[in-house]
Ligand binder design. Structure first.
Ligand SMILES: NC(=O)c1ccc[n+]([C@@H]2O[C@H](COP(=O)([O-])OP(=O)(O)OC[C@H]3O[C@@H](n4cnc5c(N)ncnc54)[C@H](O)[C@@H]3O)[C@@H](O)[C@H]2O)c1
Length: 306
C-alpha cells in the first residue's frame, strides 16, 4: 500500500508514549517512514524490541512506565538532548482501557487508572513546552476516545480520564497557544533601535505610532497580538508623558480637553482590556485590521484628495 510523503516531517523530533504496540506502534512506523526522528517509550520491552528490529535505527526506545512522572520527564529530557534540545511532536498515546465493574472500583484502582490515562498526558506536555517555545512551536497530540461521546459502560474510570484529556487539551491550547515566538532581534537592540526610531517618528509626525509598535512587537519580538497590544500601551504612554512634560514646560496645555481625553482613554482601556481577555486574539485581529485600514484611508485622503 502506498502512502503520501510529507516533507515537512523530515527530521522532526517525534516522541510517542506507548509506542511499542497497537496504534502507538503504527505511529512510530509511519513517522519513521516520513524521515522523522522517532523516540518511543513503553513498558512492553518484547514488543518494543520486535519493532526496533523491523525499523532499524530510524527509531529509539526507552523503557518507561508513564505512571512514574520523574522517569517520564527523564525520558523526554534524554530524547530532547539527542534531538538538538527540543521535541517537535509529542504524541500522548499510552493508555489502558481495562474494563471494570463500577462496584469493584476502589480508590487505589481509580488513582491507578488516572495515573496512566490522564496524569502523564499533562506532565509530558508540560515537559516539552519550553523546548517547543524556544523553536517557535510544535504539536502536542493527545489521544482521546469516542467512548466519552458514547458514554460506554464497564469502563467509567477510563471514560472519565479520556473526557478529562479532552478538557485538558482545550485548556492547554489556551495556555500554550499564546506562547511567544523567538526574538528576531535581541530585546535590548530592539528597545534602543525602535525606541529612538518610533520615538522620533511620534514626536515628528505621530499618526499610526501604536500600530507600528504593535507590528514591530509581533514581527521582531515574537509576541502574540494580545501581549503586543499591551506592550504598545506602555510605550505609547511613555512618549505621551514626555510630550506632556514638554507642553507643560512651554505652558501650552489645554487642561479641560486633556483631562476629558484622559478619562475617555481610561474608560476605553478598561472596556478594551476586558474585551480582549474575554474574546481573545481574534477580536484584536479584526479590530486591529479595521484601525489600520481606517488610518491608511485617512492618510491617502489627506495626502492626495484634500
Ligand atoms: N483501539 C481503539 O479502538 C481506540 C479507540 C479510541 C481511542 N483509543 C486510544 O488510542 C490510544 C492507543 O490505543 P491502542 O488500542 O493502541 O492501545 P493498546 O492498549 O493496544 O496500546 C497501548 C500501549 O501503551 C502501552 N502502555 C500501557 N500502559 C503503559 C504504561 N503505564 N507506561 C507506558 N506504556 C504503557 C502498552 O504497552 C501499549 O504498547 C490510547 O490512548 C487509546 O485510549 C484507542
Amino acid at each position: 500500500m502506498a502512502f503520501a510523503t510529507y516533507p515537512s516531517l523530515q527530521g522532526k523530533a517525534v516522541f510517542i508514549t506507548g509506542g511499542a504496540s497497537g496504534i502507538g506502534a503504527s505511529m512510530v512506523r509511519h513517522f519513521a517512514a516520513q524521515g522523522a526522528r522517532v523516540g518511543f517509550i513503553d513498558v512492553d520491552d518484547a514488543a518494543a524490541t520486535a519493532l526496533l528490529l523491523e525499523l532499524g535505527d530510524t527509531a529509539t526506545y526507552r523503557h518507561c512506565d508513564v505512571r512514574d512522572i520523574d522517569a517520564l520527564k527523564a525520558a523526554i529530557a534524554a530524547f530532547e538532548t539527542a534531538c538538538a534540545g527540543h521535541v517537535d511532536v509529542l504524541v500522548n498515546n499510552a493508555a489502558n482501557d481495562d474494563r471494570h465493574d463500577v462496584d469493584t472500583v476502589d480508590v487505589e484502582y481509580w488513582d491507578n487508572r488516572m495515573s496512566i490515562n490522564l496524569r502523564p498526558q499533562f506532565f509530558a506536555a508540560q515537559a516539552v513546552r519550553a523546548g517547543m517555545a524556544r523553536v517557535g512551536g510544535g504539536s502536542i497530540v493527545n489521544l482521546g476516545s469516542i467512548v466519552v461521546q458514547m458514554a460506554a459502560g464497564d469502563c467509567v474510570a477510563y471514560v472519565t480520564a479520556k473526557g478529562a484529556v479532552h478538557g485538558m487539551t482545550r485548556a492547554l491550547a489556551r495556555d500554550f497557544g499564546g506562547t511567544h515566538k523567538p526574538h528576531r532581534i535581541p530585546p535590548h537592540v530592539f528597545a534602543v533601535l525602535f525606541g529612538l526610531l518610533l520615538g522620533f517618528y511620534d514626536g515628528f509626525f505621530g499618526p499610526g505610532t501604536g500600530t507600528f509598535w504593535t507590528v514591530a512587537f509581533v514581527l521582531l519580538q515574537g509576541l502574540d497580538l494580545r501581549r503586543a497590544t499591551g506592550h504598545t500601551k506602555v510605550v505609547n504612554f511613555a512618549s505621551n508623558l514626555v510630550a506632556l512634560l514638554f507642553f507643560l514646560a512651554a505652558g501650552q496645555v489645554l487642561w479641560l480637553v486633556g483631562l476629558l481625553m484622559g478619562a475617555g482613554q481610561a474608560l476605553g482601556a478598561f472596556i478594551g482590556a476586558h474585551l480582549v481577555l474575554n474574546r481573545g486574539i481574534r477580536f484584536i485581529r479584526v479590530f486591529f485590521l479595521c484601525v489600520v485600514a481606517l488610518t491608511l484611508a485617512r492618510l491617502l485622503y489627506t495626502t492626495y484628495l484634500r
